[in-house]
Design a protein around this ligand. Sequence first.
Ligand SMILES: Nc1ncnc2c1ncn2[C@@H]1O[C@H](COP(=O)(O)OP(=O)(O)OP(=O)(O)O)[C@@H](O)[C@H]1O
Ligand SMILES: [Mg+2]
Length: 331
Amino acid sequence: MHNIVEIKGLVKKFGEKAAVNGVDFGIREGEIFGILGPNGAGKTTTINMILGILKPTSGTIKVSGLDVSRHEEEIKNMIGFMTQETLIEADLTAVQNLELFCELYHVDKEEVSERVASALKEAGLENVADQKAGTFSGGMQRRLALVRSMMHNPMILILDEPTTGLDIQNRLEMWKRIRKLQEKGVTIILTTQYLEEADNLCNRIAIIDQGEIKAQGTPSELKSMIGKGSMLEILSDMRDAQKIADMLKSKFRISATVIGDKVSAPIIDRGIKVFNEIVNEISKAGYNVFSIGMHLPTLDDVFIKLTGSSLRDSVGENTSGNARVRMMARR
Ligand SMILES: Nc1ncnc2c1ncn2[C@@H]1O[C@H](COP(=O)(O)OP(=O)(O)OP(=O)(O)O)[C@@H](O)[C@H]1O
Ligand SMILES: [Mg+2]
């Protein structure tokens, strides 16, 4: 299959520190490719190098066969881009924001009014076309930014955390809009900290942590790294979590990961029978357990296996009681 973006040995150092540390991946024409990772993983730095905004310390990036470092203008025409901070011109109206981008990307003057009109319609902003963008809600600004990034009809669209900070309804709506662009043939590269987003929206994912790609593949390929079968998940108090993990190791030869009060372990192909035995063992030993269950492997289980920490906890997506308390304490 044809790779529209090809990245080899990409490194970016800021001083001594490598923000991106030897990254390789290829993006196929027409797919939605997700770069999934926590804060500071190197997502924006990677994207900015694809866009030519940042110069790599070493490595190569080719877009449609052209080296990014030597074909700035062509690359600019091929790629649309929505930044992490959305960066709407607050003092300009919706129409003026769109016209500005047409100018920046040298859209044919005769086509501008038609494109602006259809972008407004696309974004559902026809009624507020002449209002200042600064007065728009977060969701409206994001919609404006999305259509704005497509004013020059690029073949590739790069979205840096397109849904971070949006409520769930706006997030789902953004997914729909992104899928619609894919249906029109646009290749989409997006970064995200959200496991559900990567899982539901992306055809393929690269998991990035501390500047390195830990794994890549389709969501189901990544989950199959855990193996066939189920994950065991136990929430206990901090004191008992490690004891439970030790018990799983010694009695069941299961190697578990402990993160705070959470013990998780693959119980591949051993299913409900071993689950029952584990429950019995815990109850005999008298460990303090608040919740215990099995689930199919998720991308978070993959992330834990690869990095030893949970992406869910790092971005506050956890639904477990204690993590929620920790999240609230942080607010
Ligand atoms: N201009 C810069 N100068 C120095 N360090 C930088 C610079 N830009 C990024 N970094 C560092 O590089 C690392 C990766 O940052 P980057 O912004 O790429 O992460 P990210 O994955 O986009 O994170 P987030 O999800 O928070 O946006 C971080 O440790 C960051 O502090
Ligand atoms: Mg970023």
